[in-house]
Ligand binder design. Structure first.
Ligand SMILES: Nc1nc2c(c(=O)[nH]1)N[C@H]1C(S)=C(S)[C@@H](COP(=O)(O)OP(=O)(O)OC[C@H]3O[C@@H](n4cnc5c(=O)[nH]c(N)nc54)[C@H](O)[C@@H]3O)O[C@H]1N2
Ligand SMILES: Nc1nc2c(c(=O)[nH]1)N[C@H]1C(S)=C(S)[C@@H](COP(=O)(O)OP(=O)(O)OC[C@H]3O[C@@H](n4cnc5c(=O)[nH]c(N)nc54)[C@H](O)[C@@H]3O)O[C@H]1N2
Ligand code: SF4
Ligand SMILES: [Mo]
Length: 578
């Protein structure tokens, strides 16, 4: 038996931990954290260690399936699926136009990031803007709050350099990739506390993270906006703001002061059901600390007034100047993204809503995309522009979208539903075709996607110049007919005679760190995943070959410092908005 141990990257969540994979005759049999990888200290979580069980699961799909008239599924060749799907889409496009074809990207794209740009290119090529994703139901306020408040060119102060940290509705200690450091969150928290950091957790539940907090504000669910307004009220009343920072970088202080005036500690304590003393304690710890940050996650996102909660959290950061300052080591310096010179200055706010309305409820596309929460209604509403085709990549609408019955009714109504997934999910039951891709250990990958998270909110991604490349480590199951998610869309494009344009995004909305790159793909041949990785890493600060040579990953000694505010910069953060 041929056994090998190969370093790689776990892609089961956005921490992308370095791992060691034991492979026997092409099959992954064991995954552990990689003790030779710097910065992660051999860390892995149970989801990562379950990679072999996931890859070798007997229920894993090894061939595409087509639904039969009686509702059962039969095997079908992957080339034939692309032929039939392409023909059906062309027919629907001819009858109903581009808007009738929609796609939905779920959290599955996390494990194979080169697929989404191909899928996006394909949708642009057919002229449809019906590009839905899990981002608009996961933490849409992450996008809308930044659009309303503005963002910071150099990023937030990091957990690693902070002496206080407020976590709103997240549980980073058990490795969910939100709210705290990505590299071994438990150990990073322990180190931070040993040097005196005081963590404040705002969560109705006494979570693993809350148990380690200096202050746990165990609020009534859904009262985050009230509680955060209360913290701002106290910080303003006790003059704990960074006056100079606010004067140089923000507008709207008087309006914010007036808006939070009613939110006294006593009022907030009553509404949120937390002790007054704890509120005062939390506000004083945060306001008096030298460095720190507030981050929100799914708790406030799935709750009421989520946009306001996220917005107020950004206001707290700005009032206390919790953004990277001139001379600081750059929190997110880019390794596999292009070099840039971070500055201690805002990105200006921009309109949350664009003018492309949905047909239902008069909904607009917003900073987080077209609203997935209304996609079932959109599919169900008869008339011009009705969605007839849905291509679902790495998502599970039946369980993930609101209102399961309505979702099931909508999916049943589609003329064509294609589900790309490696298992028979609840959604796959409704599909006309189910197309399984190879799994992550069978594909090459890099950590670039984690770096680019900083474009989509605040305090996201690695707060260190860390990068790694992994080759494909395990073989696809013997006798399988799998097609990688990107290659599937490329195959559709070839059959439909479309020219695809790959885009390397370099920011979010108008906040672009460097110009986006557009590359017309050679449509005569399906690109390999490695070729797509090369494309995504064009102009990387550290060339991909160098990153490849450090097989256990590497923290690069880049010494990038935050530059002062550009005298030409006129952007200001908004402490109040309408
Ligand atoms: N009730 C309820 N609803 C929720 C949430 C909740 O907690 N409860 N959470 C919300 C949040 S935060 C999110 S992000 C969304 C998530 O919404 P979705 O992404 O729609 O749902 P998931 O269940 O994460 O589905 C991911 C699917 O991707 C598949 N997959 C994994 N890797 C790959 C791959 O490489 N390629 C392909 N093609 N498929 C792959 C998995 O098998 C799985 O079926 O749901 C939101 N909705
Ligand atoms: N095992 C596993 N890991 C995953 C995922 C998965 O599906 N499975 N999904 C990934 C994805 S897509 C995401 S988005 C992340 C999510 O990662 P997190 O955002 O850290 O998710 P949770 O651990 O559910 O933490 C949310 C917290 O919010 C609290 N909460 C509930 N209501 C409220 C409220 O009204 N206010 C406040 N302040 N808190 C509230 C809950 O008690 C809970 O502790 O996890 C990622 N990691
Ligand atoms: S934290 Fe995420 S990336 Fe790390 S081992 Fe767990 S699932 Fe994998
Ligand atoms: Mo999520």
């Amino acid at each position: 038996m041929a056994t090998s141990v190969t370093p790689g990257i776990c892609r089961n969540c956005l921490a992308y931990c370095p791992i060691l994979v034991t492979v026997e005759d092409g099959r992954a049999v064991k995954v552990t954290g990689d003790p030779q990888a710097p910065a992660f200290d051999g860390y892995s979580c149970p989801k990562g260690r379950a990679l072999p069980a996931q890859h070798n699961d007997p229920a894993r799909l090894k061939h595409p399936l087509q639904r039969q008239a009686d509702g059962s599924f039969a095997k079908i060749d992957s080339g034939l699926v692309m032929d039939q799907v392409a023909a059906k889409i062309q027919e629907v496009l001819a009858r109903h136009g581009p808007r009738s074809v929609a796609m939905y990207r779920g959290s599955g794209q996390v494990s194979h990031p080169s697929s989404a740009p191909i899928m996006g290119a394909w949708l642009r090529a057919i002229g449809s803007r019906m590009n839905f994703s899990a981002a608009s139901i996961d933490k849409p306020a992450e996008y809308t709050s930044v659009a309303m408040h503005g963002n910071w060119h150099a990023g937030m102060q990091t957990f690693e350099t902070s002496d206080t940290w407020i976590v709103v509705g997240a549980n980073p200690v058990i490795a969910k990739s939100n709210g705290g450091p990505l590299n071994n969150p438990g150990m990073r928290l322990k180190e931070a506390q040993e040097r005196g950091m005081k963590m404040i957790v705002i969560d109705p539940r006494r979570t693993e993270t809350a148990r380690r907090a200096a202050v746990h504000l165990q609020l009534r669910p859904g009262t985050d906006a009230v509680l955060l307004a209360g913290l701002i009220h106290i910080i303003l009343a006790e003059d704990l703001t960074d006056v100079e920072f606010v004067r140089e970088n923000a507008v709207g202080l008087a309006e914010l002061r007036a808006a939070v005036a009613p939110y006294t500690a006593e009022f907030v304590a009553r509404v949120a059901d937390v002790p007054v003393a704890q509120l005062l304690d939390a506000a004083r710890i945060f306001g008096r600390a030298r460095r720190g940050g507030v981050v929100c996650s799914t708790g406030p996102s799935f709750s009421t007034h989520s946009n306001l909660s996220y917005y107020l959290a950004l206001c707290l950061n700005t009032l206390c100047g919790r953004w990277a300052r001139s001379g600081d080591t750059a929190p997110h310096p880019n390794v596999l993204l292009p070099a840039f010179a971070p500055r201690a200055q805002p990105y200006a706010p921009y309109p949350v809503l664009s003018d492309r309305a949905m047909r239902v409820f008069g909904l607009m596309e917003n900073a987080s995309g077209v609203p997935t929460a209304a996609l079932a209604d959109e599919i169900l509403l008869e008339g011009e522009g009705q969605i007839k085709v849905l291509l679902c990549l790495g998502g599970n609408p039946v369980l993930a979208w609101p209102d399961q019955k309505k979702t099931e009714a909508a999916l049943s109504k589609l003329e064509l539903l294609v589900v790309l997934d490696y298992r028979m999910s609840a959604t796959a039951d409704y599909a006309h075709y189910v197309v399984p891709p190879p799994m992550s250990l069978e594909l090459p990958g890099t950590t670039q996607m984690v770096e680019s998270l900083k474009y989509y909110g605040v305090s996201r991604g690695y707060a260190m110049p860390w990068a790694q490349y992994t080759p494909a480590i395990a073989s696809v199951p013997e006798g399988s007919d799998l097609i990688d998610d990107g290659a599937f869309f490329f195959g559709l494009a070839q059959r439909m005679g479309l020219q695809l344009e790959w885009i390397n995004p370099r920011g979010q909305g108008p906040n672009q760190e460097s110009p986006a790159q557009t590359v017309a793909l050679d449509m005569t041949r399906v690109p390999t995943v490695d070729e797509l990785i090369d494309l995504a890493c064009t102009d990387a600060r550290v060339p991909l070959d160098v990153v490849k040579s450090h097989v256990h990953g590497h923290v690069y000694d880049l010494d990038v410092r935050v530059l002062p505010r550009d005298p030409q910069c006129s952007a200001m953060l908004q402490l109040a908005t309408r």
